[in-house]
Design a protein around this ligand. Structure first.
Ligand code: FER
Length: 202
């Protein structure tokens, strides 16, 4: 299962309507480049009005408390309602921008839940690297830790800071710098490459 999270301007539909995630993955499955997988796209804006309307930046705090929904409701629901392998080795968490920050924040502090974590062009909600990585040895055991950003993205320094910290601590990770700004061309590429690294036989 891949849990795939949206940005501050999106909802649970963003990866489908703007990112064509279903098309990207169906093509990769047809080409036998990815393992068939369930993709869960929950709305990461954890509040009553979870639409992306008005000043979307006002909803940033609602992204910060989504971990309670993710670990307390969404993952248990998926485990009990779908034919899944409910273990860390079969569970990935990734997202773009606010969702990238959420993936790093929630994933790296719940290392027993996720075997694969991807932060795509992560936003200022990303915790400082020394708060993200609380257990270096356990973090090293992740099957994939993916940190990426477009080279023309104003938020580049956030991902670069995470990469530098991981490098300093000798934590294996993918540092993927794409050509481009803060947009879906970059994030579709992230999905294209990241998904191919998921759930591969050891
Ligand atoms: C910010 C700049 C960008 C911020 C969030 C974003 C919470 C998120 C961008 C996105 O999700 O695309 O200062 O603060």
């Amino acid at each position: 299962m891949l849990y795939l999270l949206q940005g501050i301007g999106g909802t649970e539909r963003e990866w489908l309507d703007v990112g064509a995630a279903n098309v990207v993955l169906d093509n990769l499955i047809a080409a036998k480049k990815v393992q068939p997988m369930i993709v869960v796209m929950p709305n990461g804006r954890a509040r009553v009005n979870d639409r992306a309307e008005g000043n979307v930046f006002e909803s940033a705090p609602a992204f910060g408390v989504f971990d309670q929904d993710l670990t307390g409701s969404v993952i248990p629901f998926v485990n009990s309602h779908y034919s899944t392998k409910a273990n860390q080795d079969s569970r990935a968490l990734a997202g773009l921008s606010m969702g990238g920050g959420q993936s790093l924040n929630f994933g790296l502090t719940n290392l027993d839940l996720f075997g694969y974590i991807g932060g795509f062009s992560s936003a200022p909600n990303t915790l400082p690297p020394d708060k993200l990585v609380t257990d270096v040895e356990k973090t090293k055991k992740l099957r994939v830790l993916w940190v990426s950003c477009g080279d023309k993205d104003g938020l580049f320094g956030i991902s670069q800071g995470v990469h530098q910290y991981l490098k300093d601590k000798n934590i294996p990770h993918v540092w993927h710098v794409d050509t481009g700004p803060h947009d879906f061309n970059v994030w579709k590429n992230d999905l294209y490459w990241f998904s191919q690294q998921l759930f591969q036989p050891r």
